[in-house]
Design a protein. Structure first.
Lengths: 359, 269
């Protein structure tokens, strides 16, 4: 039985636009699901419906196979970690963690024991008597996690829990969350707009846009086989390049489409090359650490390519030829943006007549 | 805190003394005998206090004032806090209209409600009772409005976190909203207490029994304790006044210590 099932969930607020347009998902026990999408795509709304903080009037929400549309938050066996932590400022760390147990009438000795044990797991033992105002961002984030963990819920909802942390702490906490998921074995539904978080944490990623679920699949599939141009462009950094097939020299396939290729699939050449390529002018090079990103201007618009450190870098203003491996290219319908399963062949594999026509 | 400008410090001190001087003078006068006061001599005595408390029953009035003001404050705060929480957090059909009606009560002068309130309590048989003094004052539109504005400033995420933790709406109010609204509730409590403590008209109208008099009524009676005599015993009046202001002053000093700022620090980023 699935942990959580969403069937055609729709949501609109009185007098406002429709926010969710029929979202359906089937989430298994113990899965780490990341819902990702740009601001305003409805991901936080979906999480609030799951939590029971907003009423779910249209569609069906099942928790452990039972209809939960009208179940109040406290009866859903779900813990939530809020984006802004929402710690009770008048309570100490220990009281914050134990509050949920107190409300559930767990005896004092038992709840303090459990709160202390959770605090130990989260390395909060030395801060138990402090109030949230005396904690750093990372510590507050941990207390927020501890508060949800103490209740021993079967499902945790996390609403952009790392978005208020600095980069180093975010990376560290990401690893901790992943570790915790392994330890707890609970179902986690995690909302973020950060694609790196999505790909690194998730067992399955749900990509949303404008209230529509675009794709719900494993990070590998999302990255390698995006269902449409939006998903392809949203995940991956730097973003995927899209070029009309017409603008690629020696392109051997269908012409009336857009071709997408990841920056790492391009190779830079100083002189014209045989096979599919694009002529471009270098605008900017950017060092990211292990690699350089080369930004170019071409007939097809802005493109970016990734070059490993140590390789010779072109100078700004240089003309270069970006060759691409057709096996790594994805084809998208130029109008609808849907990915097309078209065979992409090198020109040498094409029938002679076709090559002549397109040359 | 060191004042930047010594001139300002002197000015502030002078202004403070100016405001305090009538109070200090009345306290000083309360320890003088009437004869000494009228002849311009200085003669220290506790006699005025003994008279006020003993002969003029101010101990009883003080107890009455404490009971009435205390009950009005406690019940008034409870009613206003619940109303404020509902208005701040819930939208229900007619909620805006109802809130508008609550705010509109602020625009009605209390004297206009004097006769209707009197008639209502007379019918209910509550004149000359503590309930008759307390009940008309417990619904306070200003307190509901003030607390509602304050509660709206508390992040809703805290309520939601408590709901997720398993709290009912009443638990959210009791365990989250009230502790976080402590500065506002205490300020409002002090305001209600002082207003009720100083209330003169309603106790005058609603109470005829001497044993239910509040301090303000008792104080007013001191002006006519010696009918036929033109001389008012000012040192006695000042002693009674000092008894009247002292509890409020102590209450203010006690509550002021709790009106701490920064309760919201660290709640949300």
């Amino acid at each position: 039985m699935s942990a959580i099932t969403l069937k055609d969930i729709r949501k609109s607020y009185a007098g406002g636009p429709q926010i969710l347009h029929g979202v359906s998902m089937d989430i298994q026990h113990g899965e780490f699901i990341v819902i990702v999408g740009p601001s305003g795509c409805g991901k936080s709304t979906l999480l609030r419906l799951l939590a029971g903080l907003d009423p779910c009037e249209q569609g069906e929400l099942l928790i452990d196979g039972k209809r939960a549309n009208d179940l109040p938050p406290q009866d859903r066996d779900i813990g939530m970690i809020f984006q802004n932590y929402a710690l009770y400022p008048h309570m100490t760390v220990l009281e914050n963690i134990a509050f949920g147990l107190e409300l559930r009438k767990v005896p004092k000795v038992e709840r303090l024991k459990r709160a202390r044990s959770v605090a130990e797991t989260l390395q909060l033992t030395s801060y138990l008597d402090r109030k949230p105002g005396a904690l750093s961002g990372g510590q507050r984030q941990r207390v927020a996690m501890g508060r949800a963990m103490a209740r021993d819920c079967s499902t945790f909802l996390m609403d952009e829990p790392l978005s208020n942390l600095d980069n180093a702490l975010r990376v560290a906490m990401r690893t901790e969350i992943k570790d915790l998921h392994r330890q707890l074995g609970a179902t986690i539904i995690y909302v973020t707009h950060d694609q790196t978080e999505a790909l690194s944490l998730a067992d399955r990623v749900a990509v949303m846009k404008d209230g529509h679920l675009q794709q719900f699949d494993t990070p590998d599939m999302i990255y390698d086989q995006p269902v449409n141009r939006f998903v392809a462009g949203f995940l991956g950094s730097p973003a995927m390049n899209f070029v009309p097939a017409d603008c690629i020299d020696d392109w051997g396939g269908e012409r009336n489409i857009d071709v997408g290729f990841r920056p790492e699939a391009l190779s830079l050449n100083r002189s014209p090359v045989s096979g599919p390529s694009i002529t471009a002018r270098v605008v900017l090079t950017e060092m990211t650490g292990a690699t350089f990103i080369v930004h170019c201007e071409s007939e097809a618009g802005r493109l970016s390519a990734v070059v490993a450190r140590g390789e010779e870098l072109p100078h700004e203003g240089d003309t270069i030829w970006l060759s691409l491996d057709p096996s790594q290219a994805l084809c998208f319908d130029a109008i609808s943006g849907v990915r097309l399963d078209l065979p992409v062949m090198h020109h040498s594999q094409m029938p002679k007549t076709h090559v002549k026509e397109t040359a | 805190m060191k004042p930047e400008n010594p001139f300002l410090a002197v000015l502030a001190l002078a202004a403070g003394l100016l405001f305090l001087s009538p109070v200090l003078y009345s306290i000083w006068m309360s320890f003088q005998t009437a004869d000494a006061y009228y002849t311009g001599n200085i003669e220290f005595t506790f006699h005025n206090y003994e008279m006020a408390i003993g002969q003029y029953n101010f101990a009883r009035y003080l107890v009455n004032s404490v009971i009435v003001s205390g009950l009005v404050t406690l019940i008034g705060l409870a009613v206003a806090t619940c109303a404020a929480f509902a208005f701040a957090r819930y939208t229900f059909p007619g909620s805006n209209l109802l809130f508008g009606a609550v705010v509109a009560t602020l625009m009605i002068p209390s004297h206009i409600t004097l006769i209707p309130n009197y008639l209502t309590l007379a019918k209910a048989g509550l004149l000359d009772t503590y309930a008759g003094l307390v009940l008309p004052a417990v619904s306070n539109g200003f307190a509901a409005f003030f607390l509602r504005q304050y509660i709206r400033g508390i992040p809703r995420a805290l309520d939601e976190a408590a709901y997720m933790d398993g709290a009912s709406p009443l638990k959210v109010l009791w365990r989250v909203i009230i502790p976080l609204s402590k500065p506002a509730i205490l300020s409002m409590g002090l305001y209600i207490f002082i207003s009720e403590w100083n209330n003169y008209i309603w106790p005058l109208v609603a109470i005829g029994r001497e044993d239910l008099y509040t301090l303000q009524i008792g104080l007013a009676r001191l002006y006519r304790v010696n009918p036929g005599e033109d001389i008012i015993d000012w040192p006695l009046v000042m002693a009674a006044s000092t008894i009247t202001i002292l509890p409020v002053l102590v209450g203010f000093i006690l509550v002021e210590r709790h009106l701490i700022r920064g309760m919201m620090m660290g709640a949300v980023k």
